[in-house]
Structure formats: C-alpha cells, structure tokens
Ligand binder design. Structure first.
Ligand SMILES: *Cc1c(COP(=O)(O)O)cnc(C)c1O
Length: 380
C-alpha cells in the first residue's frame, strides 16, 4: 500500500542533503566547540556557519541567534527570560488562547510567579486582530506574544501590525514562528519584533534543535544554568550535528521557498476544491486566504476526527486531529474552542498538511481514502 504523509505541521523527514551535512559531525568531527585545539576549532567553525545560515533566512545578525533544544525551549526562553529580566518595568503580559502549549504553559507558570497575563481572544478564523491586542495593553505591560502561523488551523496572523503596536508602546514582542520560518518571508530588519522562535524538525531538519532570535540589546534571564555557551544565554555543550543540520535545512528552505510555496498553495487549493466537490457537509477551519501554503484543516460533519484519523491510517494516509476525544465540546482542542467552532463540526476536524513529498497524483488516493473511511464510519 502506498503511504501518503499529510502531517508536515507535526514533523518532517530529514532531507537527504541535511543528513549528509550532519554526518561528519557525528563521526570524525566530534570536537567540543569550547575546546581550543583543532578538533574544537573545527566544531566552532561549523557552529558559527550554521548560525550564519539561520540568521540569513530572517536577515538577522548571527550574534542574535541562540541555539536551543527546539521550538518549545525557544518559546520558554523568550517568554520566561524576557518577563523575568524586565520585571522591574512592569508585571503585565499579553498572550492569547490559541498558542502552542509551549507558549501557553510557560505563561501559566509565570502567573504562578505573580505576573498578570491577559489572554486575548481570536476571531472565528483563528486570527488575532491587532485592535484586540491593543485594547489589552496596560501601563505596566512589558511583553506580548502572538504566534505567526497557528499550527492547528494554519491561519497567518497580522504580526507586522501587532508588532508595530508593541513597538509604539515600548513593549517587547515575541512571535512563535515555528510554522512559518523557512516557509514565509521574515525580515527582522523591517519587521517590528524582538524575539522569534524557530525549530529545525518542521523544515526537514533534525528533531531536538531550534533557535531563538533575540534582537540586539534585548536582555534575557537564562532558564538553564551552567557554562557560558551561547553568550551566556543557554548553558550546555552545543548540539553541533543538530545545528549544522538546522543550518543546512534553513539554507535549503531559503533557496527553494519561492518555488515550493506556490506549489504547495496550488496543491492545497486542488485538494480542498476536490474535497468540496466529492464529499458533502465539509467545512474549512481557519482563514480561507490567510493560511500557510499546504495547510488544510477540514471538518467532516457527523464524523469524529480521531475515528476518521484511524480509518485513514488503515488506508495509508497520515493526518492529525486537534480533538483528542469524541464525546463533545470537552474534547475539542484549545484552538478550536478558542475559535468557538460548533461542537458538531469541531469534533470532525482533521488537519492535512502537505510538504516536499506531496504530489498532485496523491489527491485521487486521498479522496478515495476519505470516502471509504467516511462510509465505514457511517455504517458502524
Ligand atoms: C512544533 C511547534 C512548537 C514546538 O517545537 P519543538 O521543536 O517540537 O519543541 C512550537 N510552536 C509551534 C507553533 C509548533 O508548531
């Protein structure tokens, strides 16, 4: 059976070219970049080249890139690190309800430390309106965090406008760009951000490595203590092979973005149009236009998303779902709840995210598997 992977927002395979770039740093080039001998110096050079490649995708200076263990750590470091470093300036933070848990849960921790957090609402498309954020600002607001692309429904937020509001009020602005880095143009020289989270495994790099971009001059209190690696911002011997892989993956995305994104947008349109033609009672979740190329979140009315996922998997199609439970509103993901999706639709939501391996010839197979699975479910 042909297997079709439609879960690129969860993770991606390591690109062959990335793997080849990494291999020497797992074998003969094993040095510790803090060592002064030739082994160490070779590792240090590779680390700094990787930093340069990642910085160049967002037009940053290499010195502004801090390697972390992934997107989750980058989110934690940005939010806890900035909130704690600037606490003497104010005690109020702004977040929203549909962020990734790596953002939501660190805000909840900061509330336990005494910070006050306002969680702004999104609209029915999962979009955060700049006015909503603006009206949450208080004189003691020090930091706001709004994600660029929502991982579950694919909506692209107007972070340029939101960042401008933050900048006007002298408030630090963090964006979780894990879903958009390497896919959508990002230029920190012209975009009003202070902190940006990225991750390698969402862009055909290895798991367990990510980065935080920290605008020069922004201070962070570390969340990890030890050696003075990463300019004292993140202790621990660097993951050289991981960083090299991340650098290569970022470089490839930069080179291929202009061709790959229109291709994925076209495939996404074709799949959605075919679904609408062939299957009754479907609904797109997330924004109809402002969405990540290749990202679809579709509700199949009457079906339960997690049961549909299992049937599709038996047909070789790998998708994901935001609802962990079929028994009603309690089972809807925090994102669909935040969007106030009706339960009957929300429970049938399935995320299909395309990537480098996706081809037009997959679409008839996906449709056939959807029809099979839905008719099986209806007869159960
Ligand atoms: C995947 C993801 C993360 C977490 O990144 P890891 O590298 O898996 O820790 C954070 N935010 C968003 C939006 C993501 O999609």
């Amino acid at each position: 059976m042909k297997r079709i992977y439609l879960d690129h927002s969860a993770t991606t395979p390591v690109d062959q070219r990335v793997l080849e770039a990494m291999l020497p740093f797992l074998t003969e080039e094993f040095g510790n970049p803090s060592s002064l001998h030739s082994f160490g110096r070779a590792a240090k050079v590779a680390l700094e080249e990787a930093r340069q490649k990642i910085a160049s995708v967002i037009n940053a200076s290499p010195g502004e890139i801090v390697f972390t263990s992934g997107g989750s750590e980058a989110d934690n470091l940005a939010i806890a690190g900035a909130a704690r470093a600037y606490r003497d300036k104010g005690n109020h933070l702004i977040a929203n309800r549909i962020e990734h848990h790596a953002v939501l849960h660190i805000f909840e921790e900061l509330e336990k430390e005494g910070f006050e957090v306002t969680y702004v609402e999104c609209d029915r498309y999962g979009m955060i309106e700049p006015q909503t954020v603006e009206s949450a600002i208080r004189p003691d607001t020090i930091l706001m965090s709004i994600m660029h692309v929502n991982n579950e429904v694919g909506t692209i937020n107007p972070i340029q406008e939101i960042g401008a509001i933050a900048k006007n009020r002298n408030i630090l602005f963090h964006t979780d760009a894990v879903q958009s880095f390497g896919k959508l143009p990002l230029d920190v020289k012209i975009m009003p951000f202070d902190l940006m989270s990225m991750s390698a495994h969402k862009i055909y790099g290895p798991k367990g490595i990510g980065a935080l971009w920290v605008r020069r001059g922004v201070k962070l209190t570390p969340i990890l203590y030890g050696g003075s690696q990463e300019r004292g911002q993140r202790a621990g011997t660097e993951n050289i092979a991981g960083a090299v892989g991340f650098g290569k993956a970022a470089e490839l995305c930069k080179l291929e973005m202009a061709a790959e994104m229109p291709r994925l947008k076209q495939l996404q349109k074709l799949l959605w149009n075919t679904i609408q033609k062939e299957i009754p009672n479907v609904r797109l979740n997330g924004h109809p236009e402002q969405r990540l190329p290749g990202h679809l979140n579709v509700s199949f009315n009457g079906a339960a998303g997690d049961e549909l996922l299992i049937h599709l998997d038996l047909n070789g199609i790998a998708v994901s779902t935001g609802s962990a439970c079929t028994s009603g509103a309690v089972g809807l993901s925090h994102v669909l709840k935040g969007m106030k999706i009706e339960t009957q639709y929300g429970r049938g939501a399935v995320r299909m995210t395309m990537g480098r391996s996706s081809k037009e010839e997959d679409i008839p197979l996906i449709i056939e598997a959807l029809k099979n699975s839905l008719s099986k479910l209806a007869s159960e």
